[in-house]
Design a protein. Structure first.
Length: 310
């Protein structure tokens, strides 16, 4: 049983390197300041029912944190650089390398919004269509021209493969997302992708990370004989070039969808888009010997997490 648990955790660690930016996006719950080795896991959903129910014998509760300093996404003919992203999720591993991803109540990812290069001028202008030209002519105001883009998850992730993270050729997870475009003239309901027609990201490792591990006490303090283990994967690059991108919806009450689509070359087929995250730093923490904590390993993990709150 323990050998199987160790293999599962190894696959989980590698697999989550590519999960760092995409599992779920939304307004996250407030982070908690945690001590020492617990610090990267300040939003881990340790009190979620699925995590608490993990017995440590067949199911193991794991906290995952993954931070990327920067990245790039290309949709159609528009390429957008973006900044820091911070993913935190819980994972319950099951026998036969199966697992369940558990997001924090407010969303798994805190991500910096990206500015679209050229703003609305870049998205729609110039145009030979009078109504669009009229909009373009109003964009001398910087605040009206600025467009921000934010990745948001829709529906549920699927096709998660733990051991795919050990290589560079197999997608690790399928993540349905949409891109929210925010601008006064586009309104607050302008999206590329939707719950019924999402962008399906299938990230895989482009480069593999450097791996290190350590043990620590329940309160987060260092201890080479501690009850908790942490594995860190530093410096990986992840990417996906296989996803298709649907057209925009809800832009300017729907009246400007076609203008955004025309200039941005949307819809865009698979092979014309890409996403890449740079220098991902992923940390995974769990009870070092969950079998010894059975049948209350998930509850014990929660108690340890709470004991580290500053």
């Amino acid at each position: 049983m323990r050998a199987t648990s160790n293999r599962t955790r190894l696959g989980l660690v590698a697999g989550f390197t590519a999960l760092g930016a995409f599992a779920s996006v939304g307004s996250a719950t407030a982070a908690t300041n945690l001590n020492g080795n617990w610090a990267p896991f300040n939003r881990c959903p340790v009190d979620a029912p699925a995590m608490l129910a993990a017995d440590g014998g067949t199911d193991t509760a794991v906290c995952v944190s993954s931070i990327s300093g920067s990245g790039t996404i290309k949709l159609g003919n528009t390429t957008v650089p973006f900044g820091k992203s911070d993913l935190q999720v819980g994972v319950v591993t099951h026998p036969n390398n199966q697992s369940t991803v558990v997001s924090p109540a407010g969303g798994a990812l805190i991500a910096a919004s990206a500015n679209i290069p050229g703003g609305l001028l870049g998205l729609m202008c110039p145009s030979s269509v009078p109504v669009v030209t009229a909009v373009c002519n109003t964009l001398t105001d910087v605040s009206l021209n600025k467009v921000t883009a934010t990745i948001e998850s829709v529906n549920s992730p699927s096709d998660f493969k733990l051991l795919a993270g050990l290589g560079t050729t197999t997608p690790i997870i399928q993540l349905p997302v949409r891109i929210h475009l925010d601008n006064p003239l586009l309104g607050d309901k302008c999206y590329i992708g939707s719950s019924s027609n999402p962008i399906l990201l299938r990230p895989q490792n482009k480069t593999l990370p450097a791996v290190s591990s350590n043990q620590f006490n329940g309160d987060g303090s260092d201890n080479p004989e501690g009850v908790l283990g942490r594995i860190s994967l530093i410096g990986a690059t992840q990417h996906d070039t296989t996803f298709a991108v649907p057209g925009a919806t809800g832009c300017g009450l729907g009246l400007l969808n076609w203008a955004v689509n025309l200039k941005t070359a949307l819809p865009a087929a698979s092979g014309t888009n890409f996403v890449q995250l740079n220098n991902a730093q992923t940390h995974v923490a769990t009870i070092q010997d969950p079998g010894a904590a059975a049948p209350n390993a998930g509850k014990l993990l929660s108690e340890y997490w709470h004991s580290a709150v500053k």
